[in-house]
Unconditional design. Structure first.
Length: 161
C-alpha cells in the first residue's frame, strides 16, 4: 500500500473531506493498492441520520471524495463530478470502522467512470457509480472564477509549477 500525500493540494486547503487542517472536516487519508484507492475511518455521534447510523448524505459525500482521490491516486488528475448513482444496501454503523474503496471502471477522452464501495467488515453498505469530466486548466479556472491555486495546474493536464 502506498499512502497518498494529504498535502497534494497545498498545506492550507480546507476541503471538508480531506483537508488536513479543517477543524470541521473529516480529514480522510488515502492509500493506493494496485488499481484501488482506499480510506479507513470511524465516525461517532454527530454524523447520524437515524440514531447510530451514518447519515446517507455523508455517505454520498465520502464516496465523491473517494472517487476524486481515486483519480488523483491512479491517474494524477482531478476531475469534476458530473453524476453519481448512490445505492444504499445496508446501514453503516457509527463507532465502527468503515472502509471505502474506489476504482476506475472506464475512461476515455475527457471522462472517467468509477465504482466506490463503503463497507463494514466484508459487507457493502453503500455502492456508488460516479462519472467525472476531466477538465483542463481553462475549464477549471472558469469553474473557480479565477486562477488555479498554486501547484494545481499539473492535476488538469497543465505544466508542472
Amino acid at each position: 500500500m502506498t499512502p497518498l500525500d494529504p498535502y497534494a493540494f497545498g498545506p492550507t486547503q480546507m476541503c471538508f473531506g480531506c483537508g488536513p487542517h479543517n477543524p470541521h472536516g473529516l480529514r480522510l487519508r488515502f492509500e493506493r493498492e494496485g488499481d484501488l484507492v482506499r480510506t479507513r475511518f470511524t465516525l461517532g455521534s454527530g454524523y447520524d441520520g437515524p440514531p447510530g447510523i451514518l447519515h446517507g448524505g455523508l455517505q454520498a459525500m465520502i464516496a465523491d471524495e473517494v472517487a476524486g482521490w481515486t483519480l488523483l491516486g491512479l491517474r494524477g488528475r482531478i476531475g469534476l463530478t458530473t453524476s453519481m448513482q448512490v445505492r444504499y444496501i445496508r446501514s453503516l454503523r457509527l463507532g465502527e470502522e468503515i472502509v471505502a474503496e474506489g476504482k476506475i471502471t472506464s475512461e476515455g477522452e475527457g471522462f472517467a467512470s468509477l465504482q466506490i464501495n463503503l463497507k463494514q467488515g466484508e459487507l457493502v453498505g453503500c455502492m456508488v457509480k460516479a462519472s467525472f469530466a476531466m477538465a483542463d486548466v481553462a475549464k477549471m479556472e472558469e469553474v473557480l472564477q479565477g486562477p488555479l491555486p498554486e501547484g494545481w495546474a499539473k492535476y488538469f493536464g497543465g505544466s508542472q509549477e
